[in-house]
Ligand binder design. Structure first.
Ligand code: GUN
Ligand code: ZN
Length: 426
């Protein structure tokens, strides 16, 4: 079966963060040909219709056809505690997160929340995500089973902790290594799934556990490695007291083999100059989680400085420290955070960060995150007039970006008209 999707199309021929909005490609009446799970052509609707008369046509009118959103850092087990009031990071973990994560000792609960999370993500137009789990191996199985059942390209790993967490949420260096290895061997490369080596963060891992994670990653360098870095000042001070010989927070990872091109560092707000240059040198990724950083009171990520420095940056909800499942709301928060630092992020940059930029941070931009021949057909169709408030503002738009920006700032799952995953309509 060949499909032709018709609507406004938006894709990228370059990187708006460095090349400006001219890197975007837009057609007011464009089309996308989908065959065998992949995009095989992108062009003008009339031309594609004439050249492929066999194709089944789905006409989305004036809706925007884009690559599906990619969420580069989520904690699916925190789905049910999103929007929990009144705490900063360490108290928030102890009060809300750890008690909830203990429930994942029950595989049936893990399966229920994994299904709920994946369905919520899809309803918000998110077609790929990179998730933390809990210390329980069954929480990893639960996530991958749900993602696989929906055909998603998804990343996840067992969250490892062996100190400064409740007893029931602690593994050991040995069990963390063994369980992670077993899960990696079970899931990495199955269908569209990838395993990610996942020490939660330095405060909850002993040096021995960090070294065990580093050893596992060295044995599987094709895997990504995800963790948290410099989210709140109290956390940075805690890391300094736990690792008195480390040069800085990043060094607690680097010294244990956890710094390399496939490393993903969530938050990365309160960075030292050495950390910034070292991350740039190895070309690791920084994951910006703006709704989380305002919600938990963490601080203002330096998008402008880090992007100009050439850092690889992804965008993410950080569900459920983040306050939304929506990458539209996440783009809005990224815009607001940049404004608070004195920079207006162009809508082209925001959209790119939520699609191709996030894919690039996961080193998968050769497969997902853009509408282009050869890419996997993960597509979100976005209604740019999904509520009366958005519609009335978009009606005044003088150009494409003015038409899109109200949806970025005010849109949610009501804007998601259709989602295609691996060439299949969800
Ligand atoms: N740092 C360590 N664990 C977490 C987590 O679950 N959420 C956030 N936002 N930061 C963390
Ligand atoms: Zn996180």
């Amino acid at each position: 079966m060949t499909d032709l999707l018709i609507g406004q199309t938006l894709s990228f021929a370059g990187t708006p963060v460095t090349d400006g909005a001219g890197a975007a490609r837009h057609s007011a009446r464009g089309g996308v040909i989908v065959e065998g799970g992949r995009i095989t052509a992108v062009g003008e609707a009339d031309e594609l219709r004439a050249s492929r008369p066999d194709a089944r046509v789905t006409d989305y009118g004036s809706a925007l056809i884009s690559a599906g959103f990619i969420d580069a850092h989520v904690h699916y087990p925190q789905t049910a505690i999103i929007a929990s009031w009144g705490k900063r990071l360490i108290d928030w973990l102890n009060s809300y997160t750890f008690p909830e994560e203990m429930k994942f000792a029950d595989p049936a609960y893990a399966a229920k929340i994994a299904a709920r999370y994946v369905d919520l993500a899809l309803a918000h137009g998110t077609t790929s995500m990179c998730s933390y789990t809990t210390i329980h191996p069954a929480s990893v199985d639960a996530f991958f089973e749900q993602a696989r059942a929906r055909g998603l390209r998804a990343w996840a790993g067992k969250t490892c902790m062996d100190r400064n967490a409740p007893e029931a949420l602690c593994d050991t260096p040995r069990s963390a290594y063994d369980d992670s290895k077993r899960l990696l061997e079970r899931w990495h490369g199955v269908d569209r799934l990838s395993y990610v080596v996942t020490p939660r963060f330095s405060p909850t891992s002993t040096p021995d556990q960090l070294a065990a994670m580093g050893a596992l990653w060295a044995e599987h360098p094709d895997c990504l490695m995800q963790t948290h870095l410099s989210e709140q000042p109290d956390e940075v001070a805690w890391v300094r007291s736990l690792f008195p010989r480390a040069r800085d927070y990043l060094d607690t990872y680097e010294a244990h083999g956890l710094l390399g091109p496939g490393a993903l560092f969530g938050h990365a707000i309160h960075l030292e100059p050495r950390e910034i240059s070292r991350i740039g040198e190895v070309d690791a990724s920084l994951i910006h989680c703006p709704t989380s950083n305002t919600f938990i009171g963490s601080g203002l990520f330096d998008m402008d400085g880090l992007a100009r420095g050439g850092h690889r940056i992804g965008l993410a909800t950080d569900t459920g420290g983040g306050s939304s499942f929506s990458m539209l709301r996440t783009m809005a928060a990224a815009y607001e955070v940049a404004q608070l630092r004195g920079h207006a992020l162009h809508p082209a940059k925001l959209w790119w960060l939520a699609t191709q930029g996030a894919a690039r941070s996961l080193r998968a931009d050769d497969r997902i995150g853009n509408l282009a021949p050869g890419m996997e057909a993960d597509i979100a169709v976005i209604d740019l007039a999904s509520t009366p408030a958005i519609a009335q503002r978009a009606a005044r738009a003088g150009d494409l970006w003015e038409a899109i920006f109200p949806t970025i700032m005010m849109g949610d799952d009501r804007a998601v008209k259709a989602v295609w995953v691996g060439g299949k309509l969800q």
